[in-house]
Structures are given as structure tokens and as C-alpha cells.
Design a protein around this ligand. Structure first.
Ligand SMILES: *[C@@H]1O[C@H](CO)[C@@H](O)[C@H](O)[C@H]1NC(C)=O
Ligand SMILES: *[C@@H]1O[C@H](CO)[C@@H](O)[C@H](O)[C@H]1NC(C)=O
Ligand SMILES: *[C@@H]1O[C@H](CO)[C@@H](O)[C@H](O)[C@H]1NC(C)=O
Ligand SMILES: *[C@@H]1O[C@H](CO)[C@@H](O)[C@H](O)[C@H]1NC(C)=O
Ligand SMILES: *[C@@H]1O[C@H](CO)[C@@H](O)[C@H](O)[C@H]1NC(C)=O
Ligand SMILES: *[C@@H]1O[C@H](CO)[C@@H](O)[C@H](O)[C@H]1NC(C)=O
Ligand SMILES: *[C@@H]1O[C@H](CO)[C@@H](O)[C@H](O)[C@H]1NC(C)=O
Ligand SMILES: *[C@@H]1O[C@H](CO)[C@@H](O)[C@H](O)[C@H]1NC(C)=O
Length: 507
């Protein structure tokens, strides 16, 4: 760690998360190797950045809009290998976001199951682990194939099954692998991977969108929403702000953005990190003594310049509690064991949807040449495997410590802003999100109350003046649509419709 750098709180969370990733994904050869070893923890690439995010104009103008005629039909996916029959159209392909650098982003687009000219367009962005190791998780491998997309991969890694709770029952859903270096997205200028950060990611995402609308002009005036989880708590509001900015500048609606929805999202470092430890202690994952020592010795100010030895010891103690045998993305979920391991494989009774080994099936499936061909992915024959997290982006140039001013700006412009939280996540817990929202000091419009999933408590919701709605999802971790697909579907439907969540009928 550079001595001049203010101490970076997210580092602590990385200590925890690294063990989680090593635990759950560690057996993949070369896979996400950067995340696997604690040795890499000592090379932080970004520190505390308290500057507010500002739209960059440079690099976004008509010179980035390239002709798109004819590409849409080329991108049509006839059928994915092993796919059950469906009635909706799928597309996949690349959009160049910077010609001179040779930078292109991969997208996968599924139209709605019932053709309908009024159903909205919904963009999904996976964020990544938000720690000082660069974010960069695949929206195809996580979002589309394990969370909210129309298909899941069977444990044979060859055939797909239908997700009956797919969000494309209520929207046309666009999955974007972003930034370049994530999933199938790439740059021919490898130095781009060292120059990635919130700003460059937002610029590329915006240029992607403008060009995507040229390729799919029938969606140009469509009601548009942006969704995502984890570090997409940064990407989503930043992209939304950029869209508003350009609409205003052009004095016309270039993109018809109506709202955003983010889940277990990184929005305000100070409260997010404090909440992580309070949440672990509030569950059974840390002792009261450890928790009180963390509170006493660490503090959670972003300005704390150095970690004291007492604080280090307290953090190490918590880390020891959760170092092995847990999935921090869902503290109460079964974990995946390698086949042939002495440890018993997960019981077959585990709901197929939330199979903790689903990552392995997706990894094998997306690396098959016939699958890549069907997806129109990897057309430039990249030299590395497809992976769920980027091992190229080794630096992250800028990461403001908060996006709360952006959320306020979006609300002031009349956008719908929903923040949801799976209540079993050990990374960005509901406690973190509660603290972060509380720090906004918004007047409450509708008090905290349960919402209904059939006769069950789906979770809790509290609505604030100005268009913010906080929703928890009961018995879900960070990957809410994976853990609780039915509840996630109710959530997204009501978000898109702009209607309150169902009320629990009292007996
Ligand atoms: C394209 O990307 C390069 C970095 O690889 C950057 O220097 C250049 O300004 C970008 N061009 C545009 C038009 O954004
Ligand atoms: C558009 O952006 C490019 C690259 O940043 C710049 O060279 C050019 O002057 C810009 N054009 C306009 C009309 O702003
Ligand atoms: C596709 O649509 C046809 C005609 O509406 C229907 O009979 C069939 O069941 C649908 N198939 C699927 C997989 O939904
Ligand atoms: C299209 O979707 C809208 C919004 O969900 C709905 O109100 C409308 O009835 C649908 N139209 C058709 C033809 O299904
Ligand atoms: C694969 O899933 C099926 C049920 O769909 C189950 O019977 C079988 O045991 C699973 N195989 C492995 C290796 O997990
Ligand atoms: C913006 O457009 C509206 C019409 O859509 C027009 O009345 C108004 O004068 C325009 N404002 C500017 C600053 O050009
Ligand atoms: C950190 O300290 C500096 C100088 O003491 C102050 O200007 C800044 O506002 C502080 N930042 C935060 C996030 O408290
Ligand atoms: C792309 O294709 C090449 C050649 O088939 C393969 O070696 C590589 O693993 C693939 N990369 C990705 C990212 O899919």
C-alpha cells in the first residue's frame, strides 16, 4: 500500500470477499485468479475519491455514432445450443464504442415473450465486487444465465432450461458486458484496461446505448429503465445522469429514461462498509466482542488515515470467522463443492434454480465454440477464456466514494428510483443500504411495512418523498433473481408498472 494514500475502507471488505471468491470459484483453473489470493490485497489501485461524479462530454458526440444498418439482422440468434423452443427473438453481438482504439462491447438482447409495442426496454448491468480490486462482472454469465434471463444452464453444461420468472415477460431486456475486458467485451488497445474507471465505463456505456438505438431504431422512443446490482450501484446512476445530461443539452429526448432500480448496491462507501460489519455481527457471523472492537478501533470515517493495530486485529478476527465454508453472496445458502472432492456434493433436493454450482455450468457452456458462434461472441478470437469476472482490468482509475448526489439529481428530474436488497447478502447488506438511505434524510412517504408474495412476507418496503422506494427481498442474497426468482419478478413488475407492491392481507 502506498504510504501517501488515505486508508481505503473498501479494502477491509475485500479481505472478506476475497475469501468468498476463493471459496466458491477457486477451483476454476485460472479463473478470476486476481481475486483468489490475499497477496494481491496489498496493491490497492484506488483510494478514497470524494469528488462528485461529473459527466464528461469529451468523447461523446455524433462522431461516436456509427452507421448500424443491417447489423441487427446479423445479430439475430437463431437458437442457442441445447435451448428449449421459445417464441421471442434473441440478439447478440458487438457494438464498437471507440473505433480508433478498437473497443467493442458485447450485448445479449431478449425481446419480450409477448410481442407488445409498449413494453419497456430494460438494461441490466452487473457490477462486480466493489473493492479496490477492479469491478467487472459479466452481465451475460450472471444476469442473463443465472439471474433474470430466460434460460438457465443444466448441470450437464450442455442444455438450457426455461426460467419461468424471466424478466422478459414484462420487458425487453438488454444485457451489456461492460466495461471492455469483461466477459466477451474487449479492446484491441490493451492499455485501455489500465485506464478504466467509473468515468470511462459510463462514457462507453452511453456511446454503446446511442449506437444500439441506431441498430434497433424501433426502440428509440420506448420507455427505458436501467437496472443492476452490486457495483452497478455506481454504473447505473452515472449512466442515468449522463442520459439526462445529453437529453437536456440536445433539448430533446434522445433516450426516454424513466427510472432506475439497483440491488444490494454500492452507493456510499462509508455507510456501506460500516453496515457490512454490523450486519455480520447482527447475524451469527461475528461475536459481539469483535463487533464492538471494530466499532471502537476502526471507526468508519473515510478520512481515517491509517488502520490501527487494534483495528487490524478486530478485522482479522471477523475475517477468520467467515474465511471458509460460506458464500458471502448469500450467507445462508449451501455452497458448491468440486466434484470428486472428499466433501459431499450438494444434495439433489436443492432447488435447481439456486444451485450453488450453476456458475460452473455457465462457465463451461459459454466457453463452448458452438455456443459462442450462436451468440455471435468472440468473433475476433480473443486469446483468453470467457470468464465471469475480468482478469484484465487491473486498475480502476476513479470511484467516487458516494453516488448519493446523483440519486438526488435523478429524483429531482422525476425519475423513479428503487433500491432493493436481498436480506441474506453478506457483501452489501440491507443494513448497509439502510444506513446509506438514512444518510439522505428523506421524509418518509409510506412507512416500513411488509409486502406480500402470495400469503408470505416477500420482504419490507419503505417509500420516501421524491420517488425513492427501498424494498427488501426475504431469503435472497446478493443475486436476488437467482435466490428468489418469483419475488424478484413481482418486484420488477411493480417497479416497471410504477405500482405499489402487493399488501399482505391480515387475518
Ligand atoms: C478512444 O479511446 C482512446 C483510448 O484508447 C482515447 O484516447 C480516445 O480519446 C477515444 N476516442 C474517442 C473519440 O472517444
Ligand atoms: C467530438 O468528439 C471528438 C473526440 O473527442 C472531438 O475531436 C470533436 O471535436 C467533437 N466534435 C464536436 C462537434 O463536438
Ligand atoms: C409459441 O406460440 C404458439 C402459438 O401461440 C404456442 O402454441 C406455443 O405453445 C408457444 N411456445 C412456447 C414455447 O411458448
Ligand atoms: C402491452 O403491455 C401493456 C403494458 O403492460 C399492456 O397495458 C397492454 O395491454 C399490452 N398490450 C397487448 C396487446 O398485450
Ligand atoms: C443434475 O441434476 C439432476 C436433476 O436435474 C440431478 O438428478 C443430478 O443428480 C444432478 N447431477 C449432478 C452431477 O449434480
Ligand atoms: C427546446 O425545445 C422546445 C420545443 O420542444 C422549444 O420550445 C424551446 O425553445 C427549446 N429550447 C431551447 C433552449 O432551444
Ligand atoms: C476529510 O478531511 C478533509 C480535510 O480535513 C476535509 O476537507 C474533507 O471534507 C474530509 N472528507 C470527508 C469525507 O470527511
Ligand atoms: C475465443 O476463441 C478462442 C479460439 O477459439 C478461444 O481460445 C478463446 O478461449 C475464446 N475466448 C473467449 C473470451 O471466449
Amino acid at each position: 500500500m502506498e504510504s501517501s494514500r488515505p486508508f481505503c475502507w473498501p479494502l477491509l471488505a475485500f479481505l472478506i470477499l476475497s475469501s468468498f471468491v476463493a471459496q466458491t470459484h477457486g477451483r476454476m483453473k485460472e479463473q478470476c485468479s486476481l481475486y483468489r489470493y490475499k497477496a494481491t490485497l496489498l496493491k490497492p489501485d484506488f483510494g478514497v475519491d470524494t469528488s462528485h461524479f461529473k459527466v464528461i462530454e469529451h468523447g461523446i458526440n455524433e462522431t461516436n455514432v456509427y452507421p448500424q444498418e443491417g447489423f441487427k439482422e446479423q445479430d439475430r440468434i437463431e437458437r442457442l445450443p441445447g435451448q428449449p423452443p421459445v417464441n421471442f427473438s434473441q440478439y447478440g453481438g458487438y457494438i464498437t464504442v471507440n473505433k480508433s482504439a478498437g473497443r467493442a462491447l458485447y450485448y445479449y438482447f431478449v425481446e419480450a415473450q409477448q410481442p407488445n409495442d409498449t413494453l419497456p426496454l430494460l438494461l441490466w448491468l452487473n457490477g462486480g465486487i466493489y473493492i479496490y480490486m477492479p469491478p467487472g462482472f459479466s452481465s451475460l454469465g450472471y444476469g442473463a444465465m443465472q439471474e433474470l434471463g430466460p434460460f438457465r444452464v443444466h448441470n450437464d453444461s450442455k442444455t438450457l432450461f426455461t426460467n419461468k420468472f424471466s424478466w422478459n415477460h414484462v420487458a425487453n431486456v438488454l444485457f451489456l458486458e461492460s466495461p471492455a475486458g469483461v466477459g466477451f467485451s474487449y479492446s484491441n488497445t490493451t492499455s485501455d484496461y489500465d485506464n478504466t474507471g467509473d468515468r470511462s465505463t459510463t462514457t462507453d456505456n452511453y456511446v454503446f446505448l446511442v449506437n444500439w438505438f441506431e441498430r434497433f431504431p424501433e426502440y428509440k422512443n420506448r420507455t427505458f429503465y436501467i437496472s443492476g446490482r452490486d457495483y452497478a450501484g455506481h454504473h447505473v446512476p452515472q449512466l442515468a445522469q449522463t442520459i439526462l445530461y445529453h437529453n437536456k443539452k440536445a433539448n430533446k429526448t434522445i433516450i426516454n429514461l424513466k427510472g432506475i432500480i439497483i440491488g444490494n448496491a454500492v452507493i456510499n462507501d462509508e455507510t456501506d462498509i460500516k453496515g457490512t460489519y454490523d450486519s455480520l455481527a447482527g447475524h451469527v457471523f461475528a461475536s459481539d466482542l469483535e463487533a464492538s472492537q471494530i466499532q471502537k478501533y476502526c471507526g468508519f470515517s473515510l478520512n481515517a488515515s491509517r488502520r490501527s493495530p487494534e483495528c487490524t486485529a478486530a478485522i482479522d478476527a471477523v475475517e477468520g470467522d467467515i474465511a471458509n465454508g460460506l458464500d458471502l453472496y448469500n450467507l445462508y445458502a449451501p455452497i458448491c463443492f468440486p466434484k470428486g472432492d472428499t466433501v459431499q456434493h450438494i444434495e439433489a433436493s436443492v432447488l435447481e434454480f439456486a444451485d450453488p454450482c450453476s456458475f460452473d455450468y455457465v462457465y463451461a457452456y459459454l466457453n463452448r465454440p458452438d455456443v459462442q458462434e450462436a451468440l455471435h461472441a468472440n468473433v475476433t478470437k480473443l486469446t483468453h477464456d470467457w470468464d465471469i469476472c475480468s482478469s484484465f482490468i487491473k486498475k480502476w482509475k476513479d470511484s467516487p466514494s458516494t453516488v448519493i448526489p446523483l440519486l438526488r439529481e435523478l429524483m429531482a428530474n422525476g425519475l423513479r428510483v428503487w433500491i432493493y436488497s436481498g436480506d441474506l447478502d453478506g457483501t452489501v447488506s440491507f443494513t448497509s443500504t439502510k444506513y446509506s438511505i438514512n444518510s439522505m434524510k428523506l421524509p418518509v412517504k409510506n412507512d416500513w411495512s411488509p409486502w406480500a408474495y402470495f400469503a408470505e412476507v416477500g420482504g419490507y418496503t419503505e417509500e420516501y418523498e421524491g420517488g425513492l422506494n427501498f424494498v427488501t427481498v426475504r431469503l435472497a442474497g446478493q443475486q436476488v433473481p437467482k435466490d428468489q426468482p418469483g419475488k424478484a419478478f413481482v418486484l420488477i413488475k411493480h417497479f416497471l408498472d410504477g405500482t405499489p407492491l402487493p399488501v399482505l392481507v391480515q387475518n
